[in-house]
Design a protein around this ligand. Structure first.
Ligand code: HEM
Ligand code: HEM
Ligand SMILES: [Fe+2]
Length: 471
């Protein structure tokens, strides 16, 4: 089937004000274009995150002269790496929301101006925060390092965003996808507030810190992901909306049921009551169920009668998200979630390994699914070079898999040397250095894959020939 016809079919649900990229309607609502800058900035910040990540890897792989360590300390660069991660992913989700909402609600975004103001607010906060870290201006809590005054800017930015999206939805058509998305975004914003105060009792401080960190990635972000994935699956496969939505409800209920109580897997050793060992162990083990359901559901969508995959690239990333989620969050999460195992692995490189595989598999790939769906259209490109785009997928995914496995090996060595043999921290580090050299090699490959993908999304010209219709 020709791409032109494909896009025409895809856009049949869409309505009036057409913005065209050539003769065909690529982006049905003018305000969807806001997403472009969200995506480009998100991609650039991801590149920056990885460059800083390389430095972290070098810090583990080699013994570095003290004066260089003083200039670029681990604590500072780690904060940059993780904050850049959260910033680019949130910008990606917000851009994705602005792209998706008009097509779902069948109307323009309430205020394009507010969408840009909010983008500037977030990016400015990010830049000030990163520079501030270098001068010791930090709240000290990992991942949530940004100091309280900047937290308030984030809250204002989030309120503008929620207002803008909610007004669009209120004035437009209401769909299950929009309900899920808005619910997830409100939940996400509310949770942030719990991480803002500093509680003098450290157990309580950590207790609420996890409300942000855990309940984001294992609660609110799952809802946002489910909504974005459902939107893309409907568009790319043409499967009946009601079928996709039905599963969306079931999965979301399961995600919330298991993920909320699953927070307990972080309360084992922080001084919380010992009942959390049971609650955390049982419920977090069950968190794997909705993830498996999501993978089955994605493949089931493909097998629906008469389904033709209209966009091979987007489909590859969508399936990759489901499978990556299963490996990173499901398998690697489950591996250390029971207290009997976590007792040994807690806070080791086993944790970091899972963190990388889960964040990339679930949320980096989800963002890329949306980017690949929207970016070509936003640039008026009707057909992308599918082979190049899909090779980008494999390079990045296999690199992260390699990096994650190498970290896991380092973590197992660390656990054994420190917690079974009872040797010192530095003895363990010396035994881990080789595996961090492996991490570095995969890190470089990942950066190459990302730069390739970035270039293709932002600059690549229209590819000649017909779009393939099947996967
Ligand atoms: C996409 C979803 C997920 C993401 C992005 C994610 C990410 C992370 C990250 C970054 C950490 C490290 C936090 C820190 O200490 O700084 C972590 C810890 C942990 N995660 Fe996940 N996770 C996900 C899902 C899961 C699931 C489904 C499970 C269980 C089945 C799980 C089990 C754990 C456990 C037990 C820890 C604590 C490790 C320790 O004690 O050091 N995670 N996760
Ligand atoms: C160039 C590739 C990368 C390298 C070399 C790298 C290296 C590292 C290192 C060494 C740490 C510190 C672990 C520790 O505290 O001991 C770290 C932390 C982290 N990185 Fe990366 N990283 C890379 C890419 C990524 C990617 C692609 C993601 C997610 C999509 C990511 C997410 C994280 C997270 C969530 C943490 C905190 C983990 C935790 O709390 O346990 N990194 N990274
Ligand atoms: Fe968790």
């Amino acid at each position: 089937m020709a791409e032109a016809a494909v896009l025409q079919t895809t856009m049949t649900e869409a309505a009036p004000e057409k913005v065209t990229g050539g003769e065909e309607v690529l982006v049905p609502y003018a305000s969807q274009r806001v997403a472009y800058w969200y995506f480009v900035i998100a991609l650039a910040l991801f590149v920056l995150q990885l460059l800083v990540g390389l430095w972290l890897g070098i810090s583990y792989a080699f013994t570095i002269p003290q004066n260089i360590v003083d200039a670029l300390p681990f604590g500072l660069t780690r904060a940059m790496h993780t904050n850049l991660l959260v910033l680019w992913m949130l910008l990606g989700f917000m851009g994705g929301t602005y792209y998706l909402v008009p097509e779902e609600a069948e109307r323009e975004i309430y205020s394009v101006k507010l969408a840009y103001i909010q983008l500037v607010a977030f990016v400015a906060t990010g830049v000030i925060a990163l520079v501030g870290f270098a001068f010791g201006w930090t709240q000290g809590k990992p991942i949530l390092e940004i100091p309280t005054p900047l937290d308030f800017v984030v809250v204002i930015g989030a309120l503008i965003f929620l207002f803008n999206v909610a007004m669009t939805v209120i004035k437009g058509k209401k769909t299950a996808i929009l309900g899920m998305l808005l619910g997830g975004l409100v939940f996400l914003a509310l949770l942030y507030i719990f991480g803002m105060p500093f509680y003098r009792n450290l157990t309580i401080d950590w207790f609420y810190w996890w409300w942000v960190v855990h309940l984001w990635v294992e609660g609110a972000w799952e809802l946002v992901t489910a909504a974005i994935l459902a939107f893309v699956l409907i568009k790319v496969t043409g499967v009946d909306r009601r079928v996709v939505e039905k599963y969306l409800y079931i999965e979301t209920a399961l995600f919330l049921f298991t993920g909320l109580a699953g927070t307990g897997h972080h309360y084992y050793w922080i001084g919380a009551p010992s009942t959390w060992l049971w609650i955390g162990g049982i419920f977090s083990a069950m968190e794997v169920l909705p993830i498996i359901a999501m993978v089955i559901d994605t493949f089931r969508t493909q097998r629906q009668k008469g389904v033709v995959i209209k966009d091979k690239v987007v489909w590859t990333f969508a399936v990759g998200t489901a499978v990556g989620h299963l490996i990173g969050a499901g398998v690697f999460g489950f591996a250390h979630t029971l207290p009997q195992i976590n007792y040994f692995t807690h806070g080791s490189q086993v944790t970091a390994s899972h963190g990388h595989l889960a964040f990339f598999g679930a949320y980096a790939l989800l963002n890329f699914t949306m980017f690949w769906y929207a970016m070509p259209k936003l640039r008026g490109v009707r057909k992308v070079d599918a082979t190049a785009a899909i090779s980008g997928f494999w390079i990045m995914s296999l690199a992260v898999l390699g990096l994650g496995v190498a970290m896991a090996v380092a973590g197992i060595i660390q656990t054994y040397v420190e917690r079974v043999l009872g040797q010192g921290f530095m003895v363990a580090q010396a035994n881990m250095q080789f595996w961090f050299k492996v991490v570095l090699v995969f890190g470089v490959v990942l950066i190459v894959g990302l730069l390739m993908t970035f270039w293709q999304m932002v600059f690549a010209k229209e590819a000649p020939g017909e779009q393939e219709a099947t996967v």
